[in-house]
Design a protein around this ligand. Structure first.
Ligand code: 13P
Length: 278
């Protein structure tokens, strides 16, 4: 589906990874139903990760439970090395106060959260979050000491109209001045084509790699110190396509939805990215 837009001849030949960290991150979205199920899932993921982490320390794993489950999951994981991710954050920098329904960045930080998703297409499209709100969330997260996973990706009609690259680069450009102030330890980019999310329709590894290369080239020019930022792919990542994605030179990790909801399907994805280092 993607090859009508992007020139596959642009796929870069094998390049060294230059020591970029590999990431496998699970976005649980509004799942599972109960706190107990969330804790059990987290423990299962932690077990799978523990089997890899000593041998492959350059692969890191994170999970993003829903807000109701975050604290119980953090407590259950203790000091084990998985990163805790929040799916959303309030769009202001107040730590506490009269903000009904909000969870502040300092509250997330205090609860043991390390990263926050900003710009996921479900926030952009379902909740109408535009770049000004996303920018405020990004700023709030950074001020509180959280890292940001900035999600970008085009919709199907944009891809079909040949606009994929323009849309993705515009989504990055909207946060350029913030990105210029961040280090590679503070930000990850997640490329998630909207048409591939939850549909079973995955961007082919080669095509995803091309878009990752475009993102990296853009950052190399606009924010040179982020030229080696890790860029994750998201959209119907499964155990059976993870190894092919992990073999791509510009795909440094994945943001996994549905397949992150069982340790039995998340585990092989971790293993694919961990072993791709060698
Ligand atoms: P799926 O893996 O279910 O397609 O979801 C991807 C996603 O949206 C991760 O943030």
């Amino acid at each position: 589906m993607m090859s009508d837009l992007l020139n596959l001849s642009q796929i870069s030949p094998v390049k060294p990874l230059l020591g970029r960290t590999r990431w496998v991150m699970g976005n649980w979205k509004m799942n599972p139903l109960t706190v107990q199920d969330a804790v059990m899932l987290a423990q299962g993921c932690q077990q799978r990760y523990a089997q890899c982490v000593e041998t492959y320390p350059q692969c890191r794993v994170g999970i993003a439970p829903g807000p109701l489950h975050l604290v119980s999951v953090a407590q259950a994981l203790g000091h084990l090395p998985m990163d805790l991710i929040a799916q959303d954050v309030a769009c202001h920098s107040m730590a506490t106060g009269a903000f009904t329904g909000d969870i502040s960045a300092p509250q997330l930080h205090a609860a043991g959260v390390r990263w926050v998703l900003v710009g996921h297409s479900e926030r952009r499209l379902v909740h109408g979050e535009h770049s000004s709100v996303l920018e405020a969330k990004l700023q709030a997260a950074i001020r509180a000491g959280l890292g940001v996973i900035l999600c970008v990706g085009e919709q199907l009609h944009e891809r079909e109209n040949g606009q994929a690259q323009v849309v993705v680069l515009a989504q990055l450009a909207a946060h350029l001045s913030s990105l210029q102030a961040l280090s590679t330890a503070q930000v990850l980019i997640a490329y998630e084509p909207v048409w591939a999310i939850g549909t079973g329709e995955t961007a082919s590894p080669g095509d995803a790699n091309v878009m990752h290369g475009i993102i990296r080239d853009y950052l190399t020019v606009q924010v040179p110190h982020l030229s080696q930022v890790s860029i994750l792919y998201g959209g119907s990542v499964k155990a059976d396509n993870a190894a092919a994605l992990a073999a791509c030179t510009d795909i440094d990790g994945v943001l996994v939805g549905g397949a992150a909801l069982e340790s039995g399907t998340f585990g092989p994805i971790i293993e694919a990215f961990a072993t791709a280092m060698v």
